[in-house]
Design a protein around this ligand. Sequence first.
Ligand code: CTP
Length: 405
Amino acid sequence: MRIVLGVSGGIAAYKAVEVCRRLVDAGHEVTAVLTDAARRFVGEATFSALATHPVPEGLWQRWEGGIAHTRLGQRADLVVVAPATADLLARYAAGMADDLLSATLLATRAPVVVCPAMHTEMWEHPAVAENLATLCRRGVHVVPPGSGRLAGGDEGVGRMAEPATIVAAALALSARHGDLGGTQVVVSAGGTREAIDPVRVITNRSSGKQGHAIAEAAAARGARVTLVTSSALEPPAGVEVVHVESAADMHAAIAAAAPSADVVVMAAAVADWRPKAPAAQKTHGLPELVLEPTPDILADLASARRPGQVLVGFAAETEDVVARARRKLERKGVDLVVVNDVSAPGAGFDHDTNEVTILGADGYVAAVPLTSKRQVADAILDQVVARLRRGTTGSNDSKRDTKEG
Ligand code: CTP
């Protein structure tokens, strides 16, 4: 694989040397692209000696018969930026192209991994957070920094991830690139709102973040994605969005999209019941609510599924998490159930992180420890891809690949 290793100007540039060496050792063809500031931290000769190719001088150099800033990006299978400084992230998010690294980032269609490294105050600044959010929305993958010693003797969050972590994340990302190409994926997200009257609703705590992350990850992996969402979050780029409010709206939107879908992921927290007769006018005084069950969208999907279609359900539990999820998997007749213990710290509703267990109808069980919702999304989609490839959905008799963890 052809990899461009971008190095921007932070003290963690010395750790990029190790990233370079590990990528070359893993059999990849690596070209290091250094910003001017990076050259102040680590000599060009170090990267030229370790990488497959010498370090290109800059924007104006010819490269493999073409101009460096487009050729490098066009030919790359993967771009890794380690370290990615606050300045580099800002220039990348703004679409600037005033040096070889930023121009390469714009010219490439390969997956891009950025590994931020900066002081804690900078890492926590809203400008950095917004730039990263923009990049994530565009499909850029982030290996977040850890905590530890920083330049100038400071300590805190902002220290670049370790080279082994970066290399593992980058190679996993590239293995996933395009693996959902040619597929149609439908994802539902958010909590539905069931009208009591024109003013009031019954709803739940779901933010839609996990469902949106799944839609984003599926699109990044090459799928055509329809996101049916009741969430007010800005949807990821490049997906078709259908906004809905109630379980009935969601039912109709999913019923329209599902027949042509290869994969349906029901990440939405659909209300299980709704007011039987919502008032046409605002009610005054204490209403007497009579509830009725909503249609079970997932169960309908399972009974109408076509051969080869992969169905994924979600479960939010607070106790007896895995056993309840296993029963739900069987009851709903789906291929995978993703269960989160919404009482666990940092997991479930409205967090940016999640911790889940994925269960398969074929006996597969894997725990995904606390991580970003995007990484949880990729772990779920890895299982979806495995089932699409095996073509053994909708049955319990497929080969077991149980992984306890
Ligand atoms: N779901 C659905 N239609 C509904 C309710 C839920 O499609 N009317 C889907 C959700 O999107 C989720 C899964 O079913 O993928 C959750 O199952 P559900 O039985 O609703 O879970 P709980 O509400 O936790 O069920 P229970 O109260 O029985 O545990």
